[in-house]
Design a protein around this ligand. Structure first.
Ligand code: HEM
Length: 180
């Protein structure tokens, strides 16, 4: 998993829950990297699982709720790191439809060792989209937060519902309906 995900995660934790909680979860997690991340580095996904699990226990909030909050935060972080990518779209649906064939393809060129999910479009219109998220990491709540913030970014809004196609969250269908 790319370092930018770790650095932004820890930044969100510090802003939301404070420095003490941040230091505590780093202390309590199993981290071969010792909790030191650079945005261009690559680290074991298990370190994120460990940090998230410790945070969930410390603040007594379910991991998926925390991932959703992190998704809302991360959209702006990715936008700041790669403004040209976001700027090339003029609507949230157009952006979401391009994650698989453009955005993440570009990401893979920049970071060949990035571990990305796949998004398969099953239905689309100008104002709606059904898309299937698939990833062995099961970070569908992160995806939901990213998608919601995408609409906010374009001063729009949408109803986004999800259905687990696999119980462990490695395959999830999203139904997105824009209404503003
Ligand atoms: C990873 C979804 C837009 C760059 C991920 C992951 C998800 C995701 C869920 C976690 C990996 C996994 O689930 O297996 C989305 C969605 C987007 C979006 C829903 C749009 C709303 C972007 C944009 C960029 C970007 C605009 C930057 C230009 C990355 C990077 C990773 C990533 C760098 C980390 C890869 C790794 O850890 O190795 N994306 N993404 N994404 N995405 Fe996206």
């Amino acid at each position: 998993m790319k370092g930018i995900i770790f650095t932004e995660f820890l930044e969100m934790v510090e802003e939301t829950f404070g420095l003490e909680v941040t230091e505590q979860i780093i202390e309590e997690s199993t981290l071969p990297s010792e909790g030191v991340y650079t945005s261009v580095g690559t680290y074991d996904f298990n370190e994120m699982v460990s940090l998230l699990t410790q945070l969930s226990e410390n603040v007594d909030i379910p991991a998926n709720k925390l991932l959703h909050t992190f998704g809302l935060y991360l959209f702006d972080s990715l936008g700041k790191a790669h403004p040209e990518v976001i700027k090339s779209f003029n609507s949230p649906i157009a952006l979401l439809m391009s994650i698989e064939d453009h955005i993440h393809v570009h990401v893979k060129k920049l970071y060949p060792d990035a571990e990305l999910p796949t998004f398969t479009i099953v239905e689309q219109s100008d104002t709606s989209l059904s898309i299937i998220y698939a990833s062995s990491r099961g970070l569908y709540s992160l995806a939901q937060g990213l998608m919601e913030k995408c609409f906010i970014h374009f001063n729009s809004s949408a109803h986004i519902s999800h259905e687990l196609l696999k119980e462990d969250g490695t395959q999830v269908k999203f139904d997105i309906v824009q209404h503003g």
